[in-house]
Design a protein around this ligand. Structure first.
Ligand code: T3D
Length: 263
């Protein structure tokens, strides 16, 4: 597939997916959805990929749905937003969560609407200090989607989720980090190097173990303690047979850095 709305690069175990419609703050249109879907499918199919980076080109990360595609002429039928969610946003969030490798979202600028919640659905979210998160939905009469009503209360608590959703104010990256919505906020000047350091670390980490960690942490929200202990037991049983576990233990005993292969 020829990409016109994203940039996709694969090198050294790192897949980089850059949303690339900067004049529209990288908002989603149908073409971008199709291209992102295709790129994620390529990541899934390529066993050499150890980490996926999602970021945006220009001054924004992503402003959610391209509202230019949603204007309705008087008397015309509105677009079926439910169908759009079912076709595009829901599978995207589920695909990011299901990828058996860490997904890093580098929020380089404003993340609004679905853009904010797609970012929050990623495994590791790092934001530049100048970035912000906006639950813009209330300004146009919608509900936070792309997992917003699921993620916000779990990450930030009900009171903050409600305030963010109902007022739709910009939440600065620093506050998002202090509220536990994201992993880290980094000064703009240090942001690219900080992201690269994370990618380098994750691309040489024990990928199977990280995939299982992600699976277990996300499963916890719907599990009892006993079910979660069972899941940990089952995952540990599988990982105990992995090449990376063997290497980790051998490297520890030999007092040398481990050479993980992601298997
Ligand atoms: O529809 C469905 O399929 C259902 C699913 C919906 C999911 C959703 O995401 S709904 C929510 C959609 N998004 C929004 O409501 C956000 C709209 N944008 C904003 O509120 C603001 O632009 C921002 C807070 C994101 C940034 O503000 P600011 O002041 O930094 O930038 P700006 O000047 O508003 O925007 C810069 C340009 O990007 C501007 O174009 P122009 O005037 O320079 O030609 C603006 O129109 C354009 N832009 C920003 N967001 C969108 C957009 N164009 C189309 N769609 C956008 N979402």
């Amino acid at each position: 597939m020829n990409y016109t709305t994203i940039i996709f690069e694969l090198a050294g175990g790192v897949a980089r997916l850059t949303l690339n419609r900067p004049d529209r703050l990288n908002s989603f249109n149908d073409a971008m959805h199709a291209e992102v879907r295709d790129a994620i499918q390529r990541v899934r199919a390529d066993a050499s990929v150890r980490v996926l980076l999602l970021t945006g080109a220009g001054r924004g990360f992503c402003a959610g749905q391209d509202l230019a595609d949603r204007a309705v002429a008087p008397g015309a039928d509105p677009v079926d937003l439910g169908a759009s969610i079912e076709r595009n946003y829901k599978p995207l969030v589920l695909a990011l969560r299901a990828l058996p490798l860490p997904v890093v979202c580098a929020v380089n600028g404003v993340a609004a609407g679905a853009g904010a919640n797609i970012a929050l659905a990623c495994d590791i979210v790092v934001a530049a200090r100048s970035a912000s998160f906006v639950q813009a939905f209330s300004k146009i009469g919608l509900v936070p989607d792309s997992g917003g009503t699921y993620l916000l209360p779990r990450l930030a608590g009900t009171a903050r989720a409600m305030g963010l959703a109902m007022f739709g104010d910009k939440l600065p990256a620093e506050q998002a980090a202090s509220w536990g919505l994201i992993w880290r906020c980094v000064d703009d000047a240090a942001f690219p190097a900080a992201v690269e350091a994370m990618l380098k670390h994750l691309a040489s980490a024990p990928t199977r173990g990280l995939a299982a960690t992600k699976q277990a942490i996300y499963a916890a929200a719907g599990n009892t303690l006993e079910a979660q202990l069972d899941l940990e037991r089952d995952l540990q049983r599988e990982l105990g047979r992995s090449a990376d576990y063997r290497e980790g233990v051998a490297a520890f005993a030999a007092k040398r850095p481990p050479q993980f292969i992601g298997k």
